[in-house]
Design a protein around this ligand. Structure first.
Ligand SMILES: [Zn+2]
Length: 260
């Protein structure tokens, strides 16, 4: 009888854990896809500063109620990965690299002890948050059936902005690149993944500036004299100048219209 109650107790606590994780955000169960995620995560977890904690990590697959996240670290070794990203990574090497970048970044958040802003997290992930504001930042979420570009542009969006501050985001990237190097993955691919987003006109927001994240990855990955680094640095600078010029032109137009 004692064994029965013990088993019952274990079952109930297992359900409670499943529910807590399941509520927020809703999870998708897909063994084959999860196997890939856990396999890739294992490679990263083995090279972190705390490899002995690898077994504590739990991964979940989710569509985040349609909100633009590639991945999300909610603390205490619990990491969510976008189901579509992981599913596609099984068949497409481009997605596989985005999955590896996302995993390394999210593990970086957890290793650094970054605490998510739970209120922001709940308002962004909850089913009731405003679709319009998300849609304006994330065209890809609307058309998930489209190609790699749309998925990544849509999901590497701005919603995580409220969850972690900018310095935490930059630090998670720094750690992620460090792990990539230790695993033996070419960090040039990390750079190119941000270049890809930069080329698509994704500027991120003030906490997730794509150009700053791209710039930081250049510094950490490529030698100063590397032709790819030189060329991308020039592009970032030109885009910045263009943006300033555009702002100047707009405010001039506003002043002119006031005069009429
Ligand atoms: Zn992040």
């Amino acid at each position: 009888m004692k064994a029965f109650y013990l088993a019952l107790g274990l079952f109930i606590s297992a359900c409670a854990v499943a529910n807590r994780a399941g509520d927020f955000p809703p999870v998708i169960l897909d063994g084959e896809t999860m196997e890939l995620v856990e396999g890739e995560a294992k490679k990263i977890l083995a090279v972190t500063e705390k490899p002995e904690t690898a077994r504590l990590y739990t991964f979940y697959l989710s569509r985040f109620n349609g909100k633009p996240f590639l991945g999300l670290s909610i603390g205490n070794q619990r990491i969510y990965i976008h189901y579509e990203l992981a599913r596609r990574a099984k068949e497409n090497v481009g997605y596989l690299w985005f999955l590896r970048r996302t995993l390394a970044h999210e593990i970086g958040h957890d290793m650094a002890g970054h605490a998510p802003n739970l209120q922001a997290l709940s308002s962004v992930v909850s089913a009731g948050s405003t679709a319009a504001s998300i849609a304006s930042h994330a065209p890809g979420v609307i058309g998930l059936a489209a190609g790699a570009a749309n998925l990544v542009i849509g999901l590497a969006g701005t919603a995580t902005a409220a969850v972690y501050g900018k310095s935490a985001e930059m630090e998670a990237d720094r750690k992620g690149i460090e792990y990539w190097k230790k695993v033996g993955w070419d960090c040039r691919i990390w750079v190119r993944s941000f270049k890809f987003q930069f080329d698509k006109g994704m500027m991120g927001d003030f906490r997730h500036p794509i150009d700053e994240r791209l710039y930081q990855s250049l510094e950490l990955c490529l030698d100063k004299s590397d032709p790819e680094r030189i060329s991308i640095e020039r592009e970032i600078k030109e885009a910045e100048e263009k943006r300033i010029e555009e702002q100047r032109r707009k405010s001039q137009e506003e002043r002119d219209s006031l005069r009429d």
